[in-house]
Design a protein around this ligand. Structure first.
Ligand code: HAM
Length: 430
């Protein structure tokens, strides 16, 4: 027996009808973010490895363990992008977008790759929609991004997305916090690898998911107790704006995020129906990223939503649309015989050009099979054309819901279908 090849471990195919829902998630997110003044940008799916090492940070799991890195035949060290923010900032700096009007508000949608241990909701290839507001300190941007994401979740029918909110400070206040955290961590029973991680970035330990570590962190000092007046005011303003927009959140003083570039506002959108991988999205400010890539001071904020996990959340809340496996069309042509098939092609083409969704039976399918296909597509009108019809210069227009049939001259087929559609009842059985 032939062994078929399978998709690589940690990846999956999105099959119909889920594919339609995947597109819907992307377009709902895209429409909301575009309506807030963000423009679409696309960057390559691979970049110089050093971009992520410098941008995302050496102490993160993403960089130290999860990158798909390779050397090309031309000796370039490249990495499949594990996230989008570093790439967007690279593109902004490379093309001088930051020299124009600021903030630069950009959004993207695409594939990302992390060599993670696959589990429910955690994949090696996944899809994100992201948004970045580059070149401004204004807390309005932090708030607008959060509101847009929460409103998008709502538009997708999700009711159980919770916003976790924190502030991580910056170079003005984080050193004092870091010192307090290092002191606290030195008193804990941590393994060697965790100690090494703490030596590079002690905040990383707060992101440890293991229960043995988490249990020891309950009394860890929290960044919000150390915020400078300036950063406290910024964080307060973000919260006031969220309140004014009717957004609720949970304070998450230990939320640090998995990437090192974050400063000040940090947030995650979590869903309670997803098990351990509960984040459907996350983001925050990354005021120092431009600087770490050699660029000027460009305070920025953004988020990325995991499209796959959003779909899983929609399944958990049972709000996925009941899509049929074949796209629904208004009209289905059923030709019997070669001459009828050619005519069906012409009529269906004309209908499509007139903006009407239409499909047709192919492969010389017989009447019974073709009518079954017509039924499955949910068509309201079937155009049936047999040899005898053609001899008489007519086609039959059948209203699928009632079974009513009228014949119209071939020359009037397209206009006949258009007027029949106006009065045809919708399909109850779908
Ligand atoms: P992130 O939290 O690493 O942030 O990823 C954002 C979202 O992508 C996650 O909340 C999750 O829904 C999804 N995601 C991440 N990894 C996986 C995976 N292995 N399998 C399935 N879904 C996954 C970022 O990527 C930042 N670039 C977000 C950002 C934009 N921050 C500022 N601007």
């Amino acid at each position: 027996m032939t062994e078929f090849l399978k998709a690589p471990k940690g990846t999956f195919d999105v099959l119909p009808p889920d594919g339609q829902e995947l597109l819907r998630v992307r377009s709902v997110l895209g429409e909301h973010i575009q309506a807030a003044g963000y423009s679409y940008i696309e960057t390559p799916t691979f970049e110089d490895t050093s971009l992520f090492v410098r941008g995302v940070g050496q102490s993160t799991d993403v960089v130290s363990k999860e990158m798909y890195s390779f050397t090309t035949k031309g000796d370039d060290d490249l990495t499949l992008r594990p996230e989008g923010t570093a790439s967007v900032m690279r593109a902004v700096l490379e093309h001088g977008i930051h020299k124009g009007a600021l903030p630069a508000k950009l959004w993207y949608s695409g594939s990302f790759y992390r060599y993670e241990r696959p589990q429910a909701g955690r994949f090696r290839h996944f899809s994100q929609v992201g948004a970045e507001a580059i070149g401004s300190n204004d807390p309005v941007l932090d708030a607008e991004l959060i509101v847009v994401a929460m409103d998008s979740f709502k538009a997708l029918g999700l009711k159980r997305v919770n916003l976790l909110l924190n502030s991580l400070g910056d170079s003005s206040d984080r050193p004092a916090y870091r010192q307090a955290l290092v002191k606290f961590l030195s008193g804990l029973d941590l393994d060697e690898a965790t100690r090494e991680r703490a030596a590079i970035n002690p905040l990383r330990v707060l992101d440890d998911k293991r229960e043995v570590v988490r249990a020891q962190l309950l009394d860890a000092p929290v960044m919000t107790d150390f915020l400078s007046d300036h950063n406290r005011a910024h964080f307060d303003k973000v919260q006031a704006l969220l309140t004014s927009a009717g957004i609720e959140w949970t304070k998450a003083p230990h939320l640090v995020r998995g990437l090192d570039y974050y400063t000040r506002t940090a947030f995650e959108f979590v869903h309670d129906g997803l098990g351990a991988q509960s984040a459907v999205g996350g983001g925050g400010r990354y005021d120092g990223l431009s600087g770490s890539l050699g660029g000027p001071d460009l305070p920025s904020v953004g988020w990325a939503i995991g499209v796959d996990r959003t779909l899983l959340a929609m399944r958990a809340e049972e709000v996925l649309a009941q899509q049929s496996a074949v796209p629904v069309v208004d009209v289905f042509a059923v030709p019997i015989g070669q001459a009828a098939s050619d005519l069906a092609f012409d009529i269906v083409t004309a209908l499509r050009r007139a903006g009407i969704s239409a499909d047709l039976a192919v492969d010389g399918r017989g009447l019974k099979g073709a009518m079954k296909s017509a039924d499955r597509t949910g068509a309201k009108i079937a155009i049936v054309m047999g040899e005898r019809d053609l001899e008489q210069g007519v086609v039959q227009l059948k209203t699928m819901e009632t079974g009513e049939q009228v014949s119209v001259p071939i020359a009037d087929a397209v206009s006949g279908v258009i007027s029949a559609l106006k009065s045809a009842p919708g399909r109850k059985s779908l």
